[in-house]
Design a protein around this ligand. Structure first.
Ligand SMILES: NC(=O)C1=CN([C@@H]2O[C@H](COP(=O)(O)OP(=O)(O)OC[C@H]3O[C@@H](n4cnc5c(N)ncnc54)[C@H](OP(=O)(O)O)[C@@H]3O)[C@@H](O)[C@H]2O)C=CC1
Ligand SMILES: CC(C)=CCC[C@@H](C)[C@H]1CC[C@H]2C3=C(CC[C@]12C)[C@@]1(C)CCC(=O)C[C@@H]1CC3
Length: 319
């Protein structure tokens, strides 16, 4: 909605897994921008086959892609550690606890039909595969393109292990997947800037969406809203509405790729008085580690492609 307000001639493609919701979003956009070009595309970013089919469809519809917003993300079965919350409330770490949720949340992950951990597959690997498939449209001579990852302040180095990049063994797959996306963005810049592709990372702040309503019920968030406005004075990360949360996405759209800091996370922030702004903050990333992650993802990509070919040929011989 904000991008169309900026440039009503944009050609938008909403890539969604739920076509009913996608159609509703398209209708809403056409209500405020009746002449807008808004297309829909079916994409389940957590499924390898769906990513490959969607990318194929993009290649038939478009000759280039200028911006790729990688926003889809999940946090399944979140649990809040109440004891840690009250302990944190009376500690020196209280502001950081509200800004990042550090130490407060665990999730229960599962294995998807591709044999991958679902959070890793959805929040990281599906997006990676999409970029790889769309490289011909993103990397074109004399043209610069942008990839923007919706990461999180909850991304934490200590939640990620290179030996277990899918986070099969831990209880913080969300934090791990978001830290991995931060590292991948840094690696993508190193590998692809020379081909005109620039990657950035944003954090929307704490926003009231289906994701946060999965952590605590919506009536509870409504009840504690006055407390949240109060907390906003100390952290500015409680953006609360999707409009405020989109501030950094909007700002990056207006900024030239050369002026972006590849090692910064761009945070949407809202002041106590309700003013929105974007602030770049340095990420805790090790270049060598990001390179290792990039190589491991390329290996995994080869592996899933091989498995998919075998699965499809099995189906053909049986069918
Ligand atoms: N809310 C917050 O406080 C914060 C959110 N974020 C990040 O912001 C992003 C957006 O989340 P938010 O709006 O809060 O949460 P929502 O759950 O409201 O939205 C998530 C979106 O991702 C889509 N999605 C999830 N899985 C898939 C999939 N497999 N294929 C395609 N689309 C999928 C959902 O589609 P569907 O409608 O079909 O469910 C939905 O549109 C996420 O990456 C999240 O991690 C980061 C920091 C804070
Ligand atoms: C009084 C009050 C505001 C209580 C809520 C306590 C916690 C449930 C929240 C405090 C910080 C929040 C937070 C998130 C979830 C809810 C909290 C832990 C996120 C982890 C949600 C997803 C993200 O990507 C980042 C958020 C950081 C802050």
């Amino acid at each position: 909605e904000r991008l169309l307000t900026e440039d009503s001639t944009l050609h938008l493609c909403l890539a969604c897994r739920n076509m009913q919701r996608a159609e509703a979003a398209r209708s809403a956009l056409l209500t405020s921008h009746p002449d807008a070009h808004v297309q829909l595309l079916h994409l389940d970013v957590g499924s390898v086959q769906s990513v490959l089919s969607a990318a194929q469809e993009v290649k038939t519809r478009y000759s280039k892609v200028d911006f790729l917003y990688l926003n889809a993300g999940i946090m399944p079965n979140p649990q809040v550690d109440i004891n840690a919350f009250f302990k944190g409330l009376f500690s020196r770490n209280v502001v950081n606890m509200f800004a990042t949720g550090e130490g407060l949340l665990t999730q229960q992950d599962r294995i998807n039909s591709d044999g991958l951990q679902e959070v890793f597959a959805t929040n990281l690997f599906g997006h990676f595969l999409l970029i790889r498939e769309l490289e011909p449209l993103l990397c074109q001579a004399g043209h610069s393109s942008r990839v923007v990852w919706t990461s999180s302040s909850n991304a934490r180095r200590s939640a990620f292990s290179m030996e277990d990049m899918q986070h099969r063994n831990g209880t913080e797959p969300y934090s791990s997947s978001k830290y991995a996306s931060d590292m991948l963005s840094v690696a993508l810049n190193r590998h692809k800037n020379s081909q005109g592709l620039f990657s950035s990372v944003i954090c929307p702040g704490l926003v009231m969406t289906n994701l946060t309503y999965g952590i605590l019920p919506s009536f509870f968030w409504t009840l504690i809203m006055p407390i949240m406005w109060l907390v906003r004075i100390f952290t500015n990360t409680f953006t609360l509405t999707p409009y405020n949360g989109a501030e950094a996405l909007h700002r990056l759209f207006l900024q030239s790729p050369e002026s972006l800091d590849p090692r910064a996370k761009y945070h949407s922030l809202t002041s106590g008085l309700g003013t929105n702004y974007t602030q770049p903050r340095q990420m805790d990333i090790d270049e060598e580690m990001s390179e290792v992650l990039y190589s491991k993802l390329i290996e995994l990509e080869k592996d899933v492609r091989r498995k998919l070919v075998m699965k499809n040929s099995d189906k053909n011989t049986r069918g």
